[in-house]
Design a binder for this molecule. Structure first.
Ligand SMILES: [Zn+2]
Length: 267
């Protein structure tokens, strides 16, 4: 089975955090004329819709701790009142719910992630996407499959960006970012000036808290515990997997493109 340009509806890109998914996503977007749909972007979009209404009350009032669930949507709408005028109420409510979980530091439940995803995905008619960061759990996997089947679209393939844990940890903890201009460096591959200063603006570069060894290892463990079974559930349904190496002997745009397209041709 070769993926034909123009006929591909959706491709999932999976891989450990730090494996190098983005350069592969760029290739797929370009080669197949698809759009990238990332969990991070979806959250930002809906949080933005909520923020835009300018509600100043405490959103925790809409969460019923005793039941561990939100109150009914009608009740939330009533609570937001005329702030909703001129806005898409469904989008605002999704944004409010996502914000509640993120602000309270609670784990965002699959039901919220799935609902955000379904709403955003609907805008494209459930096709034409390179999905990134979703599905990340077996429940999300099952939801996504039901969604595309119900809408008459399909998941064409999974592109798995492969990488060894040790190499990913080593690469990630060498990363540094400029706190002022956000330029990204790497102590080994793209060193800052004198080992610590931004070459752009001279500020002292820092290690992002997300790039600490502890955080990376916990993300790698989560990938193993949840994303691997999520992927297994999809392959069991016959969705083919093209594995591409995260590390290439020569890392150029052409080499990345060739490695992705070769892996897809072998499906
Ligand atoms: Zn800088």
């Amino acid at each position: 089975m070769t993926l034909e340009k123009g006929k591909v509806q959706n491709i999932l890109v999976m891989g450990k955090s730090g494996a190098g998914k983005q350069p592969r996503i760029d290739v797929l977007v370009d080669e197949f004329g698809l759009e990238q749909l990332s969990t991070g972007n979806i959250f930002r979009d809906y949080l933005g819709q909520y923020t835009a209404i300018g509600f100043e009350g405490d959103i925790a009032q809409f969460f019923d701790e005793a039941r561990d669930a939100f109150v009914a949507d009608d009740e939330i709408r009533a609570g937001l009142g005329d702030k909703l005028t001129g806005h898409d109420a469904d989008g605002v409510l999704l944004g409010l719910k996502a914000k509640y979980f993120m602000e309270s530091g609670k784990f965002v439940p699959d039901s919220i992630t799935n609902a955000l995803f379904e709403s955003f995905f609907a805008r494209s008619g459930y096709k034409g996407m390179v999905l990134d960061g979703y599905p990340r759990t077996p429940d999300q996997s099952a939801f996504l499959q039901g969604l595309v089947e119900g809408k008459g679209t399909k998941l064409d393939a999974i592109v798995l960006v492969d990488g060894e844990n040790d190499a990913i940890v080593a690469r990630t903890i060498g990363r540094r970012i400029c706190p002022d201009c956000k330029k990204v460096f790497h102590l080994e591959f793209k060193p800052p000036r004198d080992g610590k200063l931004c070459t752009e603006c001279g500020a002292e570069v820092i290690l992002r808290s997300d790039d600490s060894e502890e955080k990376i290892k916990s993300r790698l463990q989560e990938f193993q515990d949840k994303a691997v079974p999520a992927m297994d559930a999809l392959t069991a349904k016959g969705i083919p997997v093209a594995t591409v190496p995260g590390n290439l002997p020569v890392f150029t745009d052409e080499a990345v493109r060739a490695s992705v397209m070769e892996a897809l041709e072998k499906l």
